[in-house]
Design a protein around this ligand. Structure first.
Ligand code: BGC
Length: 722
């Protein structure tokens, strides 16, 4: 349709019909399905009336349901305006790839592109028009269960990964039934909730908000994302969905966003619980005034918007603007001509879990695993014959993580399945040892597990966090391995020191004791469908670990929030860091450093950083500096290395981070191969948000280094001249 035709269509609509376009219902209200709800369903409203006017639905199962929902609606709607069908496709639809936090550890946008591409194909076949992805909330607190959904504590990685996902999902033309639209979330700073508690208050200066939290959302919008979802939290006193500064001033005016804003699940209704709206009617008015176009799930808009217009409290032009945005999106997706878009039962069968998709998922799982410790027992290449597979995750199939499809875990490959496929000659015994649930105290299986360990020549100890203990509404105050898992680890490691630990979890866990007693630890996160095959290939050396931590792993939960790029203080703790120095910024009972730093991760080969060279030692804002970092693979295997470039602004008018990642490149080197990686430093990369919130750079000295956070090397300085 042309813009004129859309306008004509809107002009022909009644006020109730227009409001309907701004209402989103749960598919489950119209069709029976097994999809999980993440909030209340809301009071039951007349279904027939809703079905006639509603503009969109969320959370349906498959192409069959997608078509049925559309048919049902179009049959009832005299204006024949197709529904928008939305779904949370976060890390794969049917073929699940690793959780976003793991993907962040791959430091690889190309890999993210491949994964997003396969998720796009499967989603389009399922009938999805919009995915509530990417989630790019910078998160620095592992107590927050949703840290699993973000790629990193660093906005650069979040922005790059998010933008890659948007490009691969929407591609050039949304009317192509193979493409779907992206909704960036949760705008803004949802990851900064106080105490790591989900949905909690966020208080941040505008300067820090702009420096650390906004850039990743902006990067996704620059990549073309068509929708934005405001976050549940209040930001400096105002819940995002009613935050006019955030939505009207920054998002719409400053950034020029013209797409659709959709509330999070019942976030409009929650304005009442927040205590900023007296009732649902008030809430509807406030969200509308802040430019929220669609009300997800609850009934604030449906029940009150039309009356608010009639009573002169909301201007009809505001409704019209929102409706036009929704209609434009439907039109861009080609829904007026083809309301099913890509929904296709045959294609679903063909694509879901097809070998090509499984192969991508397996590679992604391999490349996002992080080898945290290795005293030399990994890879298990020296003739393991009798293997004991021990621990609550030894035979676990729930390895896909939160935001996977109901039942997707059933398709996941377990560890023993992965190992048997790769090494059929190995004799495997298994012992669960104990459970992994929070509060589980049953230690009765530990003795038998230790016995199994003793009888084996090699042990793989699979520990972690139950799949549904990280994710939405899953905050934890303690971050140790839940249940009696540490007791099991002590007993097994005593019984057989030739034990490699494999971890399956969704958030950074506190591994301090484990790191002392275990000779090797491989962090797999929730790797998705190909969990067991990827883990087996890594453990037995068919694949070489190359993930680097995109989040800091603390020594104790008390260290959170924590980020590698924390600001300078006036009293930094002197080295050596292991001692307490009263009257400095430190803890008396723990060092400031994480157990494993951001950017860290081992390989089965060794990389030697030989040189960091720059082509000049001063630059003006118009000039660039070329940085050349030379790396050699000095080990005996091919491997991938992420070459990281850090910057420090020595003196600035506001306190600066002690280190800041400004670029990175992932390379693959054959044994003995040397490569020089080039970076270019531009003035924008030296900018920061000033006290009065201007994005500026200041003349002066800058340091650049490589290595990884807290372990920087080959430092060089240059000056920015103005
Ligand atoms: C979550 C969103 C999600 C939405 C729809 C909410 O509870 O916060 O991230 O997109 O539900 O499922």
């Amino acid at each position: 349709m042309t813009e004129k035709e859309l306008q004509k269509l809107m002009d022909s609509m009644t006020l109730e019909e227009k409001v309907g376009q701004l209402v989103q219902c749960l598919a489950g209200q119209f069709i029976s399905n097994e999809m999980e709800m993440t909030g209340p369903e809301g009071e039951l409203l007349p279904k027939e009336e809703l079905n006639r006017v509603m503009g969109s639905v969320l959370t349906f199962e498959d192409a069959r349901q997608a078509k049925a929902l559309q048919d049902q609606h179009l049959a009832a709607d005299p204006k024949k305006i197709p529904l928008l069908l939305m779904l949370d496709v976060i890390h794969g639809l049917r073929t699940t790839y690793p959780i976003p936090l793991a993907m962040g550890c791959s430091f690889d946008e190309k890999l993210m592109t491949e994964c997003a591409d396969m998720a796009r194909k499967e989603s389009a076949a399922c009938g999805v028009h919009v995915t509530f992805n990417p989630m790019v909330d910078t998160a620095r607190d592992a107590r927050w269960g949703r840290i699993l959904e973000t790629c990193s504590e660093d906005p650069l990685i979040n922005g790059r990964m998010g933008a890659a996902l948007v490009r691969a999902t929407q591609r050039e033309d949304l009317s192509n039934p193979e493409n779907i639209a992206c909704c960036v979330k949760h705008y803004a700073a949802y990851g900064a909730g106080e105490g790591g508690r989900d949905y909690n208050t966020v208080e941040l200066s505008e300067r820090i908000l702009r420096e650390t939290y906004l850039p990743a959302y902006k990067a996704c919008l620059d990549a073309g994302a068509r929708l934005v979802m405001p976050s549940f939290n209040s930001l400096n006193g105002i819940p995002s969905v009613a935050n006019q500064w955030l939505m009207n001033d920054v998002l719409r005016r400053e950034w020029g966003f013209e797409g659709v804003v959709i509330s999070d699940y019942n976030a409009v209704g929650e304005l009442v619980a927040h205590g900023v709206a007296e009732n649902l009617r008030d809430a509807a008015r406030m969200a509308m005034e802040a430019g929220c176009d669609i009300d997800m799930v609850m009934n604030a808009y449906y029940l009150h918007l039309a009356n608010l217009v009639r009573d002169g409290e909301v201007r009809e032009e505001a409704i019209d603007r929102a409706v036009m945005r929704v209609l434009r999106l439907k039109n861009e997706l080609g829904l007026f001509e083809n309301p099913y878009h890509g929904a296709d039962e045959e294609k679903e069968k063909e694509l879901y879990l097809c070998p090509a998709h499984r192969e991508i998922a397996r590679r992604a799982a391999e490349e996002s695993a992080v080898l945290l410790k290795n005293d030399g027992i990994l890879p298990l290449t020296d003739g393991t014959r009798k293997l004991a597979l021990i621990g609550p995750f030894a035979e676990e199939r729930h390895l896909v993580g939160f935001w996977s499809r109901p039942g997707a875990w059933k398709d996941a490959v377990t560890l023993p399945e992965g190992i048997r496929q790769l090494k059929p000659e190995i004799e495997i015994t298994t012992a669960r040892g104990c459970g992994a649930d929070i509060g589980d105290t049953d230690e009765s299986g530990i003795a038998a597990a230790a016995d199994a360990a003793r009888k084996a020549d090699t042990v793989i100890l699979a520990l972690g966090e139950p799949e549904y203990d990280s994710g939405e509404g899953r905050s934890r105050a303690e971050l140790t391995l839940p249940g009696p898992q540490m007791k099991l680890a002590r007993a097994v490691l005593k019984a057989n020191p030739r034990t490699a630990v494999v971890l399956f979890n969704g958030r950074p866990l506190v591994l301090t004791e484990l790191a002392e007693i275990a000779p090797a630890i491989l962090e797999m996160w929730y790797p998705g469908t190909e969990a067991g095959s990827a883990a087996a290939r890594l453990l037995f050396g068919e694949a070489n670990p190359c993930g680097k931590l995109s989040v800091s792993l603390a020594r104790g939960a008390g260290q959170y929030p924590m980020a590698y790029n924390h600001p300078n203080t006036g009293r930094p703790k002197p080295e050596p860091d292991s001692q307490a120095f009263p009257f400095t910024s430190c803890y008396l009972d723990m060092t400031n450093r994480p157990l494993y730093s951001f950017g860290y991760g081992l390989s089965y080969t060794e990389f030697e950083y030989q040189a960091l060279e720059t082509d000049r030692d001063r630059m003006t804002p118009e000039e660039t500096i070329r940085v050349r970092i030379t790396v050699k693979n000095t080990g005996s295997r091919a491997g991938k290395e992420t070459v990281q470039l850090y910057m420090r602004d020595r003196v600035a008018s506001v306190v600066q981070p002690v280190q800041q990642l400004i670029d990175y490149k992932k390379i693959r080197l054959e044994p003995g191969e040397t490569r020089t990686v080039e970076f270019e430093i531009r003035e924008e990369q030296l900018r920061f948000w000033s006290f009065d919130c201007r994005h500026i750079s200041e003349a002066g000295e800058f340091e650049i280094s490589t290595g990884y956070a807290d372990h920087l090397k080959l430092t060089k300085t240059f000056r920015l001249e103005k």
